[in-house]
Design a protein around this ligand. Structure first.
Ligand SMILES: NC(=O)c1ccc[n+]([C@@H]2O[C@H](COP(=O)([O-])OP(=O)(O)OC[C@H]3O[C@@H](n4cnc5c(N)ncnc54)[C@H](OP(=O)(O)O)[C@@H]3O)[C@@H](O)[C@H]2O)c1
Length: 380
């Protein structure tokens, strides 16, 4: 049995679910892959729990899940939390070959530690979009790690770019196989000339409501009351999260592009940015008639209004757009994510992936698949 040591950074909803799935799938991983995943360190924003020998046992992992679900901090854990001074320091303290570092935070603070990890030859799995949407230089250093680690590039005339010891499948479309599909298209030499996608369940909900003829303000208020939006709904309505996903896809095509060049249109005007959440929600009825007109204009042209990311002709554009009613995006309703890859081989009908694009179960499952996939790749 091969023991694969893991460092898990971030024990929020996805992190806790990942721990639960690791515990419940131990038999599958042993029988099918001959692998046992040993969690040797977990950390939250303040502290870390380490067990460098055999890894943290399942009873202690279950305590971590319970403690964090109850809003506690890892320094209250029975194994004794130690102060967490950053991922680089943690990776140095662990110093174990073959480690997989799993970033389940939503912060840029992990970037130095991730870069240090790839320099050390550690493998990485990210659900966190921030490192991949920082500067192009950071993206390149993280995602081309496999090319330089061990000096494998060109050794035997083979390009090892597809053996990247880094995975980030869940950063776009959660558990849906979006990144791996794109990588396969790129690897085959197919020419992807257009990507169009809906990457936000919340914005899908808003657009579906508009299409049913409901008022914009009422839909947003309802989504907020039901807990479908972030605590500040502007975090969804700004389109910033969709823009990060679009940038990851554009860079995945080999484009060199910075976040500042992604053209994002939010669903509300900038003057509502400085209001409190309640003031913001109260101000929304003033936007209702303009939204109704936009929906009607799209319908008059036989089109449907969707919040889409479009990557085409060197441009990465995110915002509301009228799409042909007959297209996969035009047929989309509800909160599913959907992506169309238009390429030389997938034309005129695009390659389409559709399904649930958020949720801690599917996201943790996608992260777990990334981890298992890395354990089956031998590099060095
Ligand atoms: N939820 C989904 O459906 C979904 C889908 C796709 C991708 N994702 C991505 O997956 C990631 C995790 O999502 P989530 O819903 O689990 O988030 P979450 O519940 O907010 O959890 C974030 C975790 O990161 C920890 N953290 C914050 N700053 C840190 C730092 N500097 N160092 C170490 N840990 C730090 C937090 O610590 P504390 O516990 O101390 O606050 C918390 O445990 C995010 O990047 C998200 O965008 C989520």
């Amino acid at each position: 049995m091969r023991e694969v040591p893991l460092i898990i950074v971030g024990i929020g909803g996805v992190g806790r679910m990942l721990l639960a799935q690791i515990i419940s799938k131990r038999r599958l991983h042993a029988e099918r892959y001959g692998v046992t995943l040993g969690v040797i360190a977990v950390c939250d924003s303040r502290s870390a729990v380490l067990e460098l020998g055999q890894g943290i046992n399942d009873a202690n992992l279950e305590d971590v899940i319970e403690l964090k679900a109850a809003g506690g901090s890892l320094d209250e854990h029975a194994l004794g939390g130690r102060e967490y001074a950053g991922l680089a320091e943690l990776v140095t303290a662990v110093g174990r070959p073959g480690v997989i570092v799993v970033d389940l935070t939503a912060t840029e603070h992990t970037i130095p530690g991730l870069l240090y990890s790839v320099e050390q030859g550690y493998r990485i799995v990210m659900a966190n979009k921030r490192p991949l949407t920082a500067t192009q230089e950071v993206y390149d250093r993280l995602t081309r790690a496999g090319v330089t680690v061990g000096g494998r590039q060109g050794e035997d005339g083979t390009d090892y770019k597809q053996l990247l010891p880094v995975r980030w499948e869940t950063t776009v479309g959660a558990g849906l196989p979006v990144i791996s599909t794109q990588q396969r298209l790129v690897a085959s030499g197919d020419q992807v000339h257009r990507i169009a996608g809906a990457f936000s369940g919340t914005l899908g909900y808003v657009m579906a409501g508009l299409e049913e003829g409901r008022a914009f303000s009422a839909i947003v208020r309802e989504a907020y009351d039901q807990g479908y939006t972030e605590p500040d709904p502007r975090d969804d309505l700004s389109g910033a999260d969709v823009a990060r996903k679009a940038l990851i896809l554009a860079r995945g095509l080999g484009w060199s592009l910075e976040m500042s060049k992604v053209d994002v249109t939010p669903l509300y005007p900038a003057e509502l940015d400085n209001l409190s959440v309640e003031e913001f929600l109260d101000a929304l009825p003033a936007l209702d008639s303009a939204w109704a007109e936009q929906v009607q204009a799209a319908q008059n042209e036989g089109a449907a209004l969707r919040y889409v990311a479009r990557i085409e002709d060197g441009q990465c554009v995110v915002g509301p757009a009228a799409v042909a009613k007959s297209s996969p995006l035009g047929n989309l309703s509800g909160t599913d994510n959907l992506i169309e890859f238009h390429s030389r081989w997938y034309s005129p009908t695009p390659l389409v992936i559709q399904g649930r694009g958020a949720g801690i179960e599917v996201t943790a499952a996608g992260v777990l698949s990334d981890i298992i996939e890395l354990t089956t790749i031998r590099y060095r």
